[in-house]
Design a protein around this ligand. Structure first.
Ligand SMILES: [Zn+2]
Length: 307
């Protein structure tokens, strides 16, 4: 495995080596390896040999996440005023220091880009370009239209429809697809010496899943127990929902739970999916978690035709 932890994606890397753009948009599913590809772009731009060799000081610093010319910006959860809902946003105050009255961020994109690079290019990676709020997107657009000398941008997004079109149109768009099964198998063998068919099925070509095996396996195990408990009876179902609430990991549990329903008929899965979305919405609105999970267990029993 290379130092940027890229599994598969040889076609993508080949395409990138021929690119001269200063702005990229990496599109593809969550956990498919878009961030690793973004690091590769930053490495190509700053490698001592111009090849993203993986061994020069610049490449090593990028792999370790300590390169002074690479900045990563991601969304954070914010409570929007008026409503109680919590949503992820990239706020304008990380784009420009002039808008960061409370000095919440150590670095601001606009000001940081004006510092001369230590190597060749200053690279900003936006992980979650869907999450710019309107002010941040507009501030960003100005910078993108008149980029400072030697600035480079990498936007990571799942769905370009949800990114401001004027940002999309200024980027070289690169699709990062799911990785082939043979490459996933080989990577898992390298990582732990065994194949785990369930993990591979769940990963569905997303190498990021393989790097978080422990969390994923525990979510899968619990999801299995939950679905089993639903079938055992009301009391078991309520007990399992309580256990689920206590260890709920929003990163993996929702997907693991739907995965546990995968052998059920489509109509059951659709209802289970709907009930889960409602539960997640309720949690975002700060509803009582205990109650949310109880209601979820009841709705899932209903979905399974159990009353
Ligand atoms: Zn290098």
């Amino acid at each position: 495995m290379n130092p940027f932890e890229i599994i598969g994606h040889q076609d993508v890397l080949d395409t990138l080596r021929g690119q001269t753009s200063h702005a990229f948009m990496l599109l593809g599913p969550h956990r498919v390896g878009r961030k690793a590809v973004a690091h590769y772009i930053a490495a190509l731009a700053n490698c001592a040999y111009g090849t993203a060799c993986g061994t020069c000081p610049s490449c090593l610093a990028i792999a370790r996440g300590t390169h002074t010319d690479v900045m990563e910006v991601g969304p954070k959860s914010e409570t929007s005023s008026g409503k109680q809902a919590r949503r992820k946003i990239i706020p304008v105050k990380v784009i420009t220091g002039r808008r960061d009255e409370q000095n919440e961020y150590d670095q601001h994109v606009v000001e940081w880009l004006h510092i001369a690079p230590y190597t060749r290019r200053k690279v900003v990676i936006f992980d979650g370009a869907e999450h710019f709020n309107a002010e941040a997107a507009n501030a960003m657009l100005k910078t993108l239209e008149e980029p400072p000398h030697r600035a480079m941008f990498v936007f990571i997004a799942e769905d370009q429809q949800r990114v401001l079109p004027t940002i999309v149109s200024r980027c070289a768009r690169i699709f990062v697809p799911p990785v082939r099964e043979a490459e996933m198998q080989q990577a898992l063998l390298q990582l732990e010496g065994n194949l785990d068919p369930e993990l591979l099925e769940f990963a569905a070509g997303r190498p990021g899943v393989l790097f978080e095996r422990e969390a994923v396996r525990s979510a899968l195990q619990q999801a299995r127990e939950m679905v089993q408990a639903l079938e055992n009876g009301m009391l078991d179902a309520l007990q399992a929902s309580e256990k689920l609430e206590k260890s709920f990991n929003p990163e993996w549990h929702p997907e693991a739970l739907l995965f546990a329903f995968r052998h059920h008929p489509l109509s059951v899965r659709a209802k289970a999916d709907q009930a889960l979305s409602e539960a997640l919405d309720a949690l975002e609105q700060y509803a009582n978690p205990g109650l949310v999970f109880q209601v979820l267990a009841l709705k899932w029993r209903e979905a399974l035709g159990l009353h």
